[in-house]
Structures are given as C-alpha cells and as structure tokens.
Design a protein around this ligand. Structure first.
Ligand code: NAD
Length: 279
C-alpha cells in the first residue's frame, strides 16, 4: 500500500452497535483515524469523544444514496483520503420466502446488497485515484451456504459475494484489495434487531424450526465480536491477505460441511454432467 508507515483512514458503515462499533475501537487502538457512520450519528457521540479528533461521525443510511455521497465527501474533507472502507451495515429479515414476500425481500436487498454496492460505488473512484485502498465486505457464512427461513438474507449476501469476488479481480491490478469477511454466529445486536415475518403453518417444519433455533441463540451466540475484529485487523495487516476470511468454529465447520456435500453431489452425478459434449 502506498500509504505504508502512515496511519490509515477508515470509513465504516453501521457503527452504532456490534462489529461496526468494535471496528472503530480497534482502528483507534491501532492509531488510525475513522469516519464512523450510522443512520443516527448521535449514537456515536461516545466514540467521537473517545477518539479525541481521530474519530469523526456522519449520518449514513446505506439505502439513501445522498447520505452515502455526503458521508464520503465528509470523510475526504476531514481526513483527505480513504484507506479502508468497511461495508458493515446489515440487517436480517427472517421467514420462509413466501412469508417474506416481495416488499420485504426488496428491503433486505436494499440494505445488504444494494446498500453495500452503493457505498462501494461511491468510494471506488476515490481509491482508484489514490492508487491504493482496501474494501472490507462484511458478508456471512450465510453468504456461502443457506438455511430455510434465511432466504432473503442468504440470497442478498450471496449476491454480495459474487459482486465482491468480481470487484476483487477488477481492482487488484489497480492496487486495491477486497477482503470478504464470513462470520458465523456472533454476539452482537444482529439477532435482536431482526425483522420477523407473519408465520404460515405450512413452513412450521422448515423455516419455523430455524426461527426457533435463532430465537434460542439470542445472547448465546458462540463468537465474540471483539475477537472477530482482532482477526480482521490481523488479516488486513498480513502481506498476503485472503480474499475470504471465515470467523468462528461454526463458520469453518459449516463451510467445510457444505463444500463436502457439494463435491459429493458433483462426483455422484459426474458421468451424466459430462454427457453433454457435442462430440
Ligand atoms: P448489529 O445489528 O449489531 O449491527 C448492524 C448495524 O447496521 C446496526 O448498527 C444497524 O443500525 C446498522 N444498519 C442497519 N440498517 C442500516 C442502514 N440502512 N444504513 C446504515 N446502517 C444500518 O449486527 P452485527 O453483527 O454487528 O452486523 C454487522 C455485519 O455483520 C452485518 O453485515 C451482518 O450481516 C454481518 N454478520 C453478522 C453476524 C452475527 O452473527 N452477528 C453473522 C454473519 C454476518
């Protein structure tokens, strides 16, 4: 990175709770400067106070393009550049796809996929002009595998995964890195903040079971966001960072299990799959 040896300037979305808040604290502890953003920036007053001039705050709703542009401009006005963008803001709409319906499905995509894409689009020209920078996409294990009842969230995160993988390939030659973070279950406000949909009895044994399991997980998620953020900082500091960083035993085990099943199916049906060549 061309700013080696200097502090980094971060722009982070969704900083009022969870990973976003912990990222601000970790960046501060690393001696960096941060534009911390939230839909209600007054929730960030303690971070600004703690930062003593190294944390600035701005209103940023990822579903509002004008607020995204204003926050990017504010970051440049205050700190002069952006070294690390973290697309962290997120929400969970729970329910079987029929229960979710089109309106809530679009709302989920507006936050998880189009929100992250909106902020990325506003920041990429800045990073390209600088000739360096890193984009951190907070995805999920649920961006790599799926669960009944998580169809809206999973599919929006899968879209984010595809978008981010292409972005990484397009930006690497320009000196810009992309890190996709894949957390398992972490003890943040994420579960508490979820939007639940009216239940249909037809989905009791599929999405309904996931609803119960998710409710039971509240405040007993197995992973610590402070440790998650420490791992992200370590990966960012590495000379050879991964494209994807899984976080948590549940994430590693879940993805392994999913890929083993995927490969087993490819093998089982391989002969038929290979039977389509013209000659
Ligand atoms: P959280 O609910 O504590 O934090 C999410 C933040 O995003 C909140 O502060 C919320 O206000 C904000 N937000 C929601 N909609 C927004 C919008 N339109 N504009 C701006 N901000 C908005 O949960 P978290 O776990 O810290 O979530 C952070 C990221 O981690 C999310 O992208 C989430 O999908 C991802 N993630 C979390 C978990 C987990 O188990 N906690 C697992 C996998 C992935």
């Amino acid at each position: 990175m061309s700013n080696e040896g200097q502090d980094r300037v971060w722009l982070i979305t969704g900083c009022s709770t969870g990973f976003g808040r912990e990222l601000v604290l970790a960046a501060l502890a690393a001696g960096d400067r941060v534009m911390a953003t939230a839909r209600r920036p007054e929730t960030l007053a303690d971070l600004a106070e703690l930062g003593k001039g190294r944390v600035s705050t701005a209103a940023l709703d990822v579903t509002d393009p004008a607020s995204v542009e204003a926050a990017v401009q504010a970051t440049l006005a205050v700190f002069g550049r952006i070294d690390v963008l973290v697309n962290n803001a997120g929400s969970l709409v729970m329910g079987a796809l029929e229960e979710v319906g089109m309106k809530r499905l679009r709302e989920q995509y507006d936050v998880v996929f189009f929100g992250a894409a909106e902020v990325t689009s506003a920041v990429v020209p800045v990073l390209r002009e600088q000739g360096h920078g890193t984009i951190v996409q907070m995805s999920s294990l649920g961006g790599l595998k799926t669960y009944p009842g998580y169809g809206a969230y999973n599919s929006a995160k899968w879209a984010l995964e595809g978008y981010s993988e292409v972005l990484a390939a397009e930006l690497a030659p320009l000196g810009i890195r992309v890190l996709i973070v894949e957390p398992g279950a972490f003890r943040t406000e994420f579960n508490r903040n979820k939007v639940t949909t009216p239940e249909l009895s037809a989905y009791k044994e599929s999405a309904g079971l996931t609803r119960q399991a998710t409710a039971a997980l509240l405040d007993s998620e197995e992973n610590d966001p402070v440790k998650g953020v420490a791992a992200i900082m370590k990966a960012l500091d590495s000379d050879n960072p991964p494209l994807r960083l899984l976080l948590g035993n549940d994430a590693v085990d879940g993805l392994r299990e999913h890929h083993d099943a995927l490969l087993a199916e490819v093998t089982e049906w391989e002969e038929l799959s290979r039977s389509t060549a013209i000659s």
